[in-house]
Design a protein around this ligand. Structure first.
Ligand code: SF4
Length: 427
C-alpha cells in the first residue's frame, strides 16, 4: 500500500512520523511524497492549541473529496488529536477510517492487513511503550531527531500533553545511543534529542547529563541539541556538561511561561522567577555565548495586568534570543480550563501583541550583534530566495545564508556575518 503522512505540531510528532514510516515500510508498505499517489493518507496531529486542531480538521475536510473519487482510499488520524478526540472524530463521520493513539503505532500493520480498519480506534495508553528496536526513518539528510523519552508527569495546568501522551518513560540509553550512531552513519551530523522534559531522563542510573556525555563521544556526529528542558529539573550538573562537551551546541530552549510567581504557581510549573533567573545567570557564566529561547503565555486565567507586566519585565532583563509567544488557549480536560476568571479573548490578544513587539526588537538586536563575527554554519539546503546561496543553522540555532551550492549540503562552513534580519544571518 502507498502511504502519505502529513505531520503537525512539535518535533516529537516529526520523530513519531519517522517511526511510523519505519513500521509501515518494514511491513512492506511504501511511503509516497505526492498525496495524489496515496492509497492511505495519515494525519499526525497536535492538540496543544485549539488552532492546531482546527487546521487538521480543515485539512481532513479538504481531502474528503478524494474518497468519493476513490472509495478504497483510507484516511487515518494519528497522534495527540486522535488520542484526545479520536472516537468523536470517527462518530462525526468525517470520512476517517481509523484513529490510532501515540502508544499504538506498532499495531498499524496489523490493523491494515486485518481489513478491520474501517472506523477502527486504538487509543489505549501503554505505560511501558518506548518502541524498542525501531530505528526512525530520518527524512532529512542533514539533521536527525531522536526520541529519548515519551510522556510527561508534570501536569502543568494549561497543558494537554500528559493527558494525550501518558506518563513519562525513558528509552534505554543504549537504544538512544544506537539510534544516534545509526543517524551519524547515515550522514546526519546535527542530532536533536527529544522529550517533553529531557532534564528528567533516567535509565539504568544514566541521567541526562550522562547520556549527553556518551553521545558526545560518537565520532560520526558534530552537533548535539535537545528539547525541551524544564526549569525545575535543569541541574548545575547538566549546565556543566553543556559547557564541557564540545559537540553540545550553545543553545537552550527553556520555557519560562510567566514572569510572575503567583501565575507560575497556578500553572503548576514548580519554580519561581528567581530560580529561573539563577539558571540563566549560571548558563551565561558557564557558556558565555549561549543563545536562550523560551515559551511565554499571555492571559493565563486570573493573570492581572501587573502580573503580566512581570513577564514583560523579565523578558527585558533576560533578553531572550527568541520567544515563542502564545495567548492562553483553554484545552478541554486540563485543570486550567475550569479555572474561574478566564481572561477575555481581546485582552489575551492585546497582551500577546505586547509581548511580540518588544521580542521582535530584542531578536533583531541579537541577530545584528553577530555582524562582523565568524559563525559556523551546518549547510542544510539551497537558499529558497537565491539559488547561489545555501542555508543552514549556526551552533546557536540561528538560520544563516552564505554563498554556496548543492555540494556544500551536509558540510560545516565558517563565514563572516555581513547583515542580519530578525530571522536570518546573511554571510
Ligand atoms: S512539562 Fe508541562 S508544558 Fe511540558 S509537556 Fe509536561 S505538562 Fe506540558
Amino acid at each position: 500500500m502507498k502511504f502519505y503522512i502529513e505531520t503537525y505540531g512539535c518535533q516529537m510528532n516529526v520523530a513519531d512520523s519517522e517511526l511510523v514510516i519505519t513500521i509501515l515500510s518494514t511491513a512492506g508498505h511504501t511511503l509516497v511524497s505526492d498525496i495524489n499517489e496515496a492509497e492511505l493518507i495519515m494525519f499526525n496531529t497536535c492538540s496543544v492549541r485549539a488552532h492546531a486542531e482546527d487546521r487538521v480538521l480543515g485539512r481532513i475536510s479538504n481531502e474528503r473529496h478524494r474518497k468519493k473519487a476513490n472509495p478504497s482510499l483510507m484516511i487515518g488520524v494519528l497522534g495527540c488529536m486522535a488520542q484526545r478526540i479520536g472516537k468523536r472524530l470517527i462518530d462525526d463521520h468525517l470520512g476517517i477510517d481509523f484513529a490510532i493513539g501515540v502508544d499504538q503505532y506498532d499495531q498499524l500493520p496489523q490493523i491494515l492487513s486485518s481489513g478491520i480498519y474501517k472506523e477502527h480506534i486504538k487509543l489505549d495508553f501503554d505505560s511501558e511503550q518506548v518502541y524498542p528496536d525501531l530505528m526512525p526513518s530520518h527524512q532529512s539528510k542533514t539533521c536527525g531527531f531522536v526520541t529519548i523519552m515519551r510522556g510527561c508527569n508534570n501536569f502543568c495546568t494549561y497543558c494537554i500533553v500528559p493527558h494525550v501522551r501518558g506518563r513519562e518513560r525513558s528509552r534505554p540509553w543504549h537504544d538512544v545511543y544506537a539510534d544516534v550512531l545509526q543517524a551519524g552513519k547515515q550522514g546526519l551530523k546535527d542530532i536533536t534529542l527529544l522529550g517533553q522534559n529531557v532534564n528528567s531522563y533516567n535509565n539504568a542510573e544514566i541521567d541526562f547529563s550522562d547520556l549527553l556525555r556518551k553521545i558526545n563521544e560518537i565520532d560520526e556526529i558534530e552537533r548535539i541539541r535537545f528539547i525541551t528542558s524544564h526549569p525545575k529539573d535543569l541541574s548545575y550538573k547538566l549546565i556543566d556538561t553543556m559547557a564541557e562537551c564540545s559537540k553540545i551546541c550553545e543553545h537552550i530552549h527553556l520555557p519560562l511561561q510567566s514572569g510572575n510567581d503567583r501565575v507560575l504557581n497556578e500553572m503548576n510549573r514548580g519554580y519561581t522567577s528567581a530560580h529561573y533567573m539563577s539558571l540563566i545567570t549560571r548558563l551565561i557564566s558557564m557558556i558565555p555565548n549561549i543563545a536562550i529561547t523560551t515559551d511565554l503565555i499571555a492571559g493565563f486565567p486570573s493573570e492581572t495586568d501587573d502580573e503580566f507586566r512581570d513577564t514583560l519585565s523579565l523578558m527585558q532583563d533576560i533578553q531572550f534570543d527568541y520567544s515563542f509567544c502564545f495567548k492562553y488557549s483553554p484545552r478541554e480536560g486540563t485543570t486550567a480550563a475550569s479555572f474561574p476568571h478566564q481572561i477575555a479573548e481581546e485582552i489575551r490578544l492585546a497582551r500577546l501583541q505586547e509581548m511580540i513587539d518588544p521580542q521582535r526588537e530584542i531578536t533583531l538586536s541579537k541577530f545584528r550583534s553577530n555582524i562582523g563575527k565568524e559563525v559556523e554554519v551546518y549547510v542544510e539546503d539551497i537558499s529558497k530566495k537565491d539559488a547561489n546561496m545555501v542555508s543552514g543553522k549556526t551552533r546557536d540555532y540561528k538560520i544563516a545564508v552564505l554563498p554556496g551550492n548543492s555540494s556544500d549540503i551536509g558540510t560545516l562552513k565558517t563565514a563572516i556575518v555581513r547583515e542580519a534580519t530578525a530571522g536570518t544571518l546573511i554571510c
